[in-house]
Structure formats: structure tokens, C-alpha cells
Design a protein around this ligand. Structure first.
Ligand SMILES: Cc1ncc(COP(=O)(O)O)c(C=O)c1O
Length: 343
């Protein structure tokens, strides 16, 4: 059996383990009971994020799912509707929490291949005031979405349009720092046009848990109430907030390495004969013949590689994957005698 640290785990960027520096910061964190608002480290993380993102307030959550849901519940009341992409995490991968727990109707709209939701679809989906319809209140976008970066010009247009139509705007920015590094824009530019942004600290940034929601003070006050009923009121949460602060200070610029590694992996797999989409950030998508998926998965596992193998296999680069591990991944794919090669 290989030690877990020897494995090359490409299932997600959530699999990273805290570095020695991050663990030291966690061990030294000053703590208090955050449900009483007493945890100085949580308060410092929230104040830092509010300022960095250019919002009045911020709130620390255990997970991105809960941060998004509390945001949707703060924006929308029972019977309201939010417009969201078919591919969006809040719609597709969070068990329909907005509807199940928030009594909010989702109106899913088809994403374009670049991840955007076209303005004409947004316009057509906004319901007029009529007793038969849910009240359309919110547009929710995601950046990055499936590793793709939303174009800043699109972001400007669609958020302006939504506001002009009286909608609020929320961004699931679980991986917003990947977009920031890729576009080389400021944090505030990346968040501009949105009334709230949810940011994950536990994805590419490498913290063990935690997400931050930024927004206006009244919105964050509401979200804090929803966080409590959703079971997200944590006590000495500063131990996690310290990891988040460490990540923001030390792990943002290095996301460029993950993007370079994704590009290197894509080129290596292509050279080995696979059909691979051009990665924009830290996600590589490779086509695998359906009949190869099970055997490839076992082959990779024997080589010490963890991947969720499917006809469209997603391989994610992160802080625990260095170049030599990426080389081992390329070699394992190259050795695999399969039907999935191009031509
Ligand atoms: C885009 C996006 N949003 C939200 C989440 C939810 O985050 P969490 O797993 O912390 O609940 C994820 C998780 O993978 C995600 O990829």
C-alpha cells in the first residue's frame, strides 16, 4: 500500500493537505466562540476578505455549499425565483438545496460552451409581475465554471443588465482566485457587478475547510441567521480561519503553477494520443472511450493515481501535484493500451 502522500490524486483540488506553514498558523491561532462573534481569527479573516473584495461585510462558513445556500436564502424569500446555469454547482451539484431548504424556485438556463448564460436567455426568463409566476429576484453565476473563466466584458454586461431589470446578482466564486490569476485582474475587478460572492478557501487555495461570503452588511446579517439554522454556527472556528488567512497570504500567486501544470498535462496526454480540451485554469478534460473507463481507472489506481474516469474525464491540478507526479500521470496514460487515442 502506498502512503497517501505518494498518490497522485487528480479527482479535485479539494484533496490537498495543509502544509507545515498552514498547520503552524492553525496551531497558533487565537480562538473564541464564533457564534458569540468572539473568535478574533474568524473576525480577522472576515474583515480581511470584506476589504479585499470591496464589500461591507463577510461571513465564514464551513463549506461552499452552505455559503451559496445562505446567500440564496438571504437574497430570495419563499416563492421567489433565481436564474442559474444548467451546469452551475448551486443548481446541479448541491442537491437542489435552494428549492429543498430555501423554498426558492430555480430557473435553470442553458450555459454557452464558454460557461456564460446568454443575455437573451436571462431576459426571456425574467417573469413579469403576475399572480401565476414566481418572483424573479436573483441571477447567480459561477466563475470559474468547469475550469472556464467568464469573460470580464460578459460579466459587466450581464450584471448591469440584471440590475437594470431589478435583479440582485450572486457569484459562486468557489474558484474565483483561479480566474483572478488567469486574467491578471484585481480581486475587486473580479467581484465587480455582484451583490454577493462566495469564495472557497478549501479548493485551489489549500485550506482544509471553509468558505467566505462577502456582501452588504444587511445581506450578511441575514446570511448569518440562515447559517445558524443550517447548522453552520461553529465555535472555535479560528483554527480553520487561520488556515484561510494563511492560504490567502501564501497560496494565491502559486495558482499559476497549477494552471501551467494543467497545460503541461494536456500537452502530454495529447502527445500520447488522447483527445484533450484546451485547459483555461486547473482542470483538464480528456475523452475516454466508455468501454475503457473501468480498466483505465484500475490501471491508474495500480500506478498510484486517483482519478474519476468517465467518457469526459476531469483531471484537476493543485498544490499537492508537482511536475514529477504529472509526468507519472502522463506516463501511466501513455502505457495504457486502450481505444481512447485519437485517429
Ligand atoms: C463551483 C463550486 N461551488 C461550490 C462548491 C461547494 O463547495 P463545498 O464542497 O465546500 O461545499 C464546489 C465544490 O466542489 C464547487 O466546485
Amino acid at each position: 500500500m502506498r502512503a497517501i502522500t505518494e498518490l497522485a490524486d487528480l479527482r479535485s483540488d479539494t484533496v490537498t493537505r495543509p502544509t507545515a506553514g498552514m498547520r503552524a498558523a492553525m496551531a497558533e491561532a487565537e480562538l473564541g466562540d464564533d457564534v458569540y462573534g468572539d473568535d478574533p481569527t474568524v473576525n480577522r479573516l472576515q474583515a480581511t476578505c470584506a476589504e479585499t473584495f470591496g464589500f461591507e461585510a463577510a461571513l465564514f462558513f464551513p463549506s461552499g455549499t452552505q455559503s451559496n445556500l445562505a446567500a440564496l436564502m438571504a437574497h430570495c424569500a419563499r416563492g421567489d425565483e433565481y436564474l442559474v446555469g444548467q451546469e452551475a454547482h448551486t443548481y446541479k451539484y448541491e442537491q437542489g438545496g435552494a428549492a429543498v431548504l430555501g423554498s426558492i424556485q430555480p430557473q435553470p438556463l442553458q450555459n454557452d460552451p464558454d460557461g456564460a448564460i446568454p443575455l437573451d436567455l436571462v431576459a426571456a426568463a425574467i417573469k413579469p409581475p403576475d399572480i401565476h409566476f414566481a418572483r424573479t429576484r436573483l441571477l447567480a453565476l459561477e466563475n470559474t465554471i468547469g475550469g472556464r473563466v467568464l469573460a470580464p466584458e460578459y460579466q459587466r454586461q450581464v450584471t448591469r443588465f440584471a440590475h437594470a431589470k431589478g435583479l440582485a446578482t450572486h457569484l459562486d466564486g468557489a474558484r474565483i482566485f483561479n480566474a483572478i490569476v488567469k486574467l491578471n485582474v484585481s480581486v475587486q475587478e473580479a467581484a465587480s457587478g455582484f451583490d454577493s460572492v462566495s469564495v472557497c478557501l478549501s479548493k485551489g487555495l489549500g485550506a482544509p475547510a471553509g468558505s467566505i461570503l462577502v456582501g452588504s452588511k444587511p445581506l450578511i446579517d441575514d446570511a448569518r441567521r440562515w447559517r445558524k439554522v443550517l447548522g453552520g454556527g461553529m465555535r472555535q472556528a479560528g483554527i480553520l480561519a487561520a488556515a484561510g488567512l494563511y492560504a490567502l497570504q501564501n497560496h494565491v500567486a502559486r495558482l499559476a503553477e497549477d494552471h501551467d501544470n494543467a497545460e503541461y498535462l494536456a500537452q502530454g496526454l495529447r502527445a500520447a494520443g488522447y483527445v484533450v480540451a484546451a485547459p483555461q485554469t486547473n482542470m483538464v478534460y480528456v475523452e475516454i472511450a466508455a468501454e475503457d473507463a473501468g480498466v483505465l481507472s484500475n490501471h491508474l489506481h495500480r500506478c498510484g493515481i486517483l482519478a474519476t474516469v468517465a467518457p469526459r474525464t476531469r483531471l484537476v491540478t493543485h498544490l499537492d501535484l508537482n511536475r514529477s507526479k504529472i509526468d507519472a500521470v502522463i506516463a501511466a496514460f501513455r502505457e495504457f493500451p486502450r481505444q481512447s487515442k485519437a485517429g
